[in-house]
Write a protein that binds this ligand. Structure first.
Ligand code: CTP
Ligand code: MG
Length: 401
């Protein structure tokens, strides 16, 4: 059993959202695949454990319950839904009536401030004292004027002003008493801090967050959507994968010794008069290196797994068969080939006169992806230099379809 939290968060979500005109009570309008209320509750449950009271519009208690259960995950026992009233103040009062006995600190939060960072919620909860409330504020950036319908009267000194956000935090006993007085007086206050201050108590401030803005109009909803989109775009690829998928690179090498009977097959071409290479299939080390580079880029195993001796159907097969099948394997896994670059090391055959032909044949087998072939000798060094065989390195770039 978790200890009973000393803090409660009342999430007021009972408004109709007249200015948003979203076709449903504002809390149930979607920002992305999640509603305004769900985003607000995701933030609340990411903060330190607290009792969570969701104040829902009459008739929407079940919908609010579903959102609460989804956001709470394994902490559902902390949450409950109550029905709101005709004004925000009445809705908060309904939330207050549902608090657990052990709760000492109460935060009142607008569901409409759906993207409020959990750190602001924690900071407010931590700044409430026995006697004072606390609210998050932002500096006012616009120049302010006192006006009538038509006329600009005077400038207002904005250094004395701040924009108030939620959650607003209070010591429970004083907030309940202040609400009781407000009910008696019949006065509607603009926010909980005003109601609390009217009862003679101190309210302090901490810095709010730009993300804590209230979704009021369609353009606010648009802003929330943009903010969520941008957040996805800046997460590091290592954690969740980039928003725009990066291409994937793969490396393949192969070596074959000269030997055996017949004709040389290399880079998908037949080379009459050249010494053949030995190996399962035709020994085309260029094609084999490309296959490994492509499979490696996609993380789909290697040539031995797909075409090795346990696949006798490929014995004696040429490059076009290997490459076409490799492309098929990649396509089935959702990848397209960007390009392939392959380098061949050997004294023979001489590649330069047939480079274009080799590139064309390899590219055709890969469905038209560009393939470049370079060739070098090794200055007499190693097995290629001694004329014992060929060594090939290939690099392939692929991307998700
Ligand atoms: N709220 C509430 N009960 C009400 C009125 C408002 O719980 N009777 C809540 C809203 O759901 C919102 C917060 O108080 O989360 C701030 O109110 P506001 O932004 O004005 O929302 P609405 O009243 O829904 O919007 P509008 O004024 O455009 O109708
Ligand atoms: Mg309203």
């Amino acid at each position: 059993m978790l200890p009973v939290p000393r803090t409660a968060i009342i999430v007021v979500a009972a408004g109709s959202g007249t200015r948003l005109s979203g076709g449903a009570p504002k809390a149930f309008v979607g920002i992305d695949s999640r509603s305004i209320l769900r985003h607000a509750l995701d933030g609340v449950f990411a903060a330190a454990p607290a009792q969570v009271v969701v104040v829902a519009p009459a008739g929407f208690e079940g919908d609010a319950e579903s959102e609460l259960l989804a956001a709470a995950a394994d902490r559902a026992e902390l949450g409950r839904v109550v029905t709101g009233g005709g004004t925000r103040q009445e809705s908060v009062a309904a939330g207050l009536a549902a608090l657990w006995g052990d709760v000492e600190v109460v935060l009142v939060h607008d569901a409409a401030r759906a993207l409020t960072p959990p750190a602001v919620i924690d900071a407010i909860a931590g700044a409430v004292t026995r006697e004072s409330g606390v609210i998050p504020t932002l500096p006012v950036v616009d120049t302010l004027k006192r006006v009538t319908d038509r006329e600009v009267l005077t400038a207002v000194d904005r250094s004395e002003l701040a924009a108030a956000q939620t959650p607003q935090g209070f010591p429970r006993a004083l907030l309940e008493a202040a609400y009781a007085s407000a009910r008696e007086s019949g006065i509607e206050y603009t926010d909980d801090a005003a109601l609390f201050a009217a009862a003679g108590h101190v309210v302090t401030r901490i810095d709010g967050s730009e993300r804590g803005f209230k979704i009021t109009t369609p353009s606010d909803l648009e802003r929330a959507r943009l903010l969520l989109g941008r957040r996805d775009a800046v997460v590091t690829p290592a954690i969740t994968g980039p928003a725009v998928p990066l291409p994937l690179v793969g490396l393949g090498t192969d070596a074959h010794a000269f030997g055996g009977e017949g004709v040389l097959w290399l880079a998908g071409l037949e080379w009459p008069g050249e010494q053949p290479l030995s190996g399962h299939s035709d020994g085309d080390a260029v094609a084999h290196a490309i296959v490994d580079a492509l499979l490696g880029a996609a993380g789909l195993g290697d040539i031995g797994e797909h075409f090795g001796t346990s696949h006798p159907e490929y014995a004696g097969a040429h490059a076009d068969v290997f490459l076409a099948r490799t492309r098929e394997i990649l396509t089935e896994a959702g990848y397209a080939i960007g390009n392939v670059s392959v380098q061949f090391q050997a004294n023979r055959p001489r590649f330069s006169s047939r480079r274009a032909e080799a590139q064309q044949s390899l590219s055709t087998a890969l469905g038209g992806a560009p393939v470049s072939v370079t060739a070098t000798t090794t200055d007499g060094l190693g097995f290629p230099g001694r004329g014992e065989g060929v060594a090939v390195t290939a690099v392939a770039l692929i991307h998700r379809i």
